[in-house]
Design a binder for this molecule. Structure first.
Ligand SMILES: O=C(CO)[C@@H](O)[C@H](O)[C@H](O)[C@H](O)COP(=O)(O)O
Ligand SMILES: [Zn+2]
Length: 195
């Protein structure tokens, strides 16, 4: 059992290491942090969705924008599309589980917003539908994926593709990058707000 712990930790570290060494990922995080800060400064918002562990990520990240990450500062405009059980069960029950996020994007999304879809496979249909809906509304789309990006890679404006096929390791790198993304948005938002 101790071997399993060591082996799993080594695998987590090696995925994080590969993520760190991928220059595309670092560049994309900077790009999406700046464009999200610009959107928020223009009165727009970030919407985030995911399934399972990635639903938890969506809520975790949004809590940091709305409340705080490290430093106290004003609230930043972000919403997780994973939390309203009445909307999710009604959309899933009356229409299809595939539209549970797209319906919320249709209701809440405005041109100039940013939609972040988190999917380790890049193939979850409810995320793909939400991305399509966002594009129709001129909302910038960002995909956090793994597994080569799946079908999301061709659809999203910006892609962060973790170089792994192991769901839990992809999720671990996503979480690290979500924290860094939040730090980056804070950096650009407060730099531009005061300049
Ligand atoms: O947290 C885990 C596995 O670590 C699971 O709950 C996982 O998130 C679920 O199986 C999701 O439905 C997977 O969806 P996706 O990442 O492929 O979009
Ligand atoms: Zn998990």
């Amino acid at each position: 059992m101790k071997d399993l712990v060591q082996k799993q930790l080594a695998q987590s570290i090696s995925t994080l290491q590969a993520t760190m060494e991928d220059r595309n990922i670092a560049d994309t995080i900077v790009t999406i942090a700046e464009l999200t800060a610009n959107a928020m400064l223009a009165g727009r918002k970030l919407m985030v969705a995911g399934n399972g562990g990635s639903a938890a990520d969506a809520q975790h990240l949004v809590a940091e924008f709305v409340v705080r990450l490290v430093e106290n500062r004003p609230a930043l405009r972000a919403i997780a599309l994973t939390t309203d059980t009445s909307i999710i069960t009604a959309a899933g029950n009356d229409f299809s589980y595939d539209c549970i996020f797209a319906r919320q994007v249709e209701a809440l999304g405005q041109p100039g917003d940013v939609f972040l879809g988190i999917s380790t496979s890049g193939n979850s249909k409810n995320i793909l539908q939400a991305v399509q809906q966002a594009k129709e509304l001129n909302i910038t789309t960002v995909g956090f994926t793994g597994n080569g990006g799946g079908r999301m890679a061709a659809l999203c404006d910006h892609n962060v593709i973790i170089p792994s096929n192991v769901t839990m390791n992809i999720q671990e790198s996503h979480l690290a990058l979500e924290h860094i993304f939040c730090l980056g948005v804070e950096h650009f938002y407060f730099k531009k707000e005061t300049s």
